[in-house]
Ligand binder design. Structure first.
Ligand SMILES: Nc1ncnc2c1ncn2[C@@H]1O[C@H](COP(=O)(O)OP(=O)(O)O)[C@@H](O)[C@H]1O
Ligand SMILES: O=c1ccn([C@@H]2O[C@H](COP(=O)(O)O)[C@@H](O)[C@H]2O)c(=O)[nH]1
Length: 209
């Protein structure tokens, strides 16, 4: 990678909106360049000191569930060309794993997560802010399938969590951050026109730097 300041892109949006799909689509466009993805989910607070029954009660869609201080620290270090050790989150155990992933600085950094546009300190670091905007019915269907297949959940637990915390927090905290986005992408990673436009803008910033 070069010694220039990285291009920092924020990809926000509700759970199941298609943030990961958009992020992967951007990564694929820049496969020959150095692109790094930082998932805000990996920066959920460590809960290893509290019992599982309590972890099940945590509101994972509230801004206070995240350790944004550590996330900020890591992004700033990467921007200064320093390596960091990214935490690993275990959705099944609802806490951080004891593993960490060593990360080297890259030319393009994508920060992806439900509440990355809720923290003005994170917004300040971003060159491009994206909000993936998908209707709630599609988001819950996608989440239901994903959480059962990949995150060790039952139908009942996904539905209860959605009604108790995911939906209210989406309306209170996540949806209002759309106003901070430069680009709103309806539906997510299948939106080829939006991905093309985004890729062109990123190329332009990389050329100018
Ligand atoms: N356009 C789409 N059509 C159908 N399924 C999709 C689409 N986009 C994403 N998915 C699926 O929905 C789930 C959530 O998508 P993902 O990109 O992980 O969203 P997020 O990161 O916002 O939670 C994944 O299992 C993904 O494969
Ligand atoms: O222990 C946990 C941690 C997070 N969640 C849920 O994950 C989503 C965010 O991930 P997406 O990939 O954006 O869907 C968030 O809505 C939390 O509710 C969890 O259930 N348990």
């Amino acid at each position: 990678m070069s010694k220039k300041k990285p291009v920092i892109i924020g990809v926000a949006g509700g759970s199941g909106s298609g943030k990961t799909s958009v992020t992967k689509a951007i990564q694929n466009r820049f496969a020959d360049q150095s692109v790094l993805v930082i998932e805000q989910d990996f920066y959920y607070r460590d809960q290893s000191d509290i019992p599982m029954e309590e972890r099940l009660q945590t509101n994972y869609d509230h801004p206070l569930a995240f350790d944004n201080d550590l996330l900020m620290e890591h992004i700033k270090e990467l921007a200064k060309q320093q390596p960091v050790e990214k935490p690993v989150y275990d959705y099944t155990m609802h806490t951080r794993s004891t593993d960490v992933i060593p990360i080297e600085p890259k030319d393009v950094i994508i920060i992806e997560g439900i509440l990355i546009l809720d923290d003005p300190r994170l917004i300040e670091l971003m060159d491009i802010k994206v909000f993936v905007d998908t209707d709630a019915d599609l988001r819950i269907i996608r989440r239901l399938l994903r959480d059962i297949n990949e995150r060790g959940r039952s139908i009942d637990s996904v539905i209860n969590q959605y009604i108790q915390t995911v939906r209210p927090a989406h309306l209170q905290f996540i949806e209002p951050t759309k106003r901070y986005a430069d680009v709103i992408i309806p539906e997510g990673g299948q939106n080829v026109v939006a991905i093309d436009l985004l890729a062109t803008k990123i190329e332009k910033i990389l050329e100018l730097d």
